[in-house]
Design a protein around this ligand. Sequence first.
Ligand SMILES: Cc1cc2nc3c(=O)[nH]c(=O)nc-3n(C[C@H](O)[C@H](O)[C@H](O)COP(=O)(O)O)c2cc1C
Length: 175
Amino acid sequence: MKALVVFESMFGNTEAVAREVATGLAPYCTVEVRNVDDADPVVADDVGLVVAGGPTHAFGLSRPRTRKAAADQAVGPLVSRRTGLREWLTGLAPAPHALSATFGTRTATPRWLPGSAARGAAKRLRARGYRMLAEPENFTVHGTPGPLTAGELERARRWGERLGVVWAAQVGTRR
Ligand SMILES: Cc1cc2nc3c(=O)[nH]c(=O)nc-3n(C[C@H](O)[C@H](O)[C@H](O)COP(=O)(O)O)c2cc1C
C-alpha cells in the first residue's frame, strides 16, 4: 500500500512539515510527497492513504488573492506557485478505497485567531466521500513567513508515525 502526501506551501514551512509526516509514515508504507502544483486529481488505485496539508490563510484554505498577498511578502519565489489545496481538493476524484488525513500550518500568535486549513481540507475531503483516519492537525509558525515553532518538525514526524500505526491497525498494512 502507498500513502500520498500532498502539500501546498508558500514559504516552505508546510513543505517541511509534509516531509516529516512522510518520514514518520515511511516504516508503514511507500510514501510519495507531492507539491500541489504537480499533484494528480486522480488518486491511483494503489494509494490507500491521502494526506493533505496547507497553510492557513484568512482563517482557512488559501485563495488566489491570499497567495498573491503571500507572494508580495516573499523574498524569493513561492514553493507552490500554480495552484492551491482548495483548488486541488475541488477537482479531486472520489477514491472509495482511500482513507485520508489533513494538516495545516498557522501562526503561533495571536493564539485566538480562529480557522485552520486542516479543517477546511478535511471538510472538502469528506464532501468527496473520503473517510478520515485522524482529526485534522495544526502546526505553528512564527509570524507569516516562519520559521516553524521549536519542536513542530518532531511533532510532525510523530503525527506521521501515529497515522501509520492507526492505518496499519485498520488495514493490516506494513512494509
Ligand atoms: C495572506 C495570508 C493570510 C494568513 N492568514 C492566517 C490566518 O488567518 N491564521 C493564521 O493562523 N495564519 C495566517 N497566515 C499565516 C500562515 O498560516 C503562514 O504564513 C503559513 O503557515 C506558513 O506556511 P508556508 O511557509 O508553508 O506557506 C496567513 C498568511 C498569509 C500570507
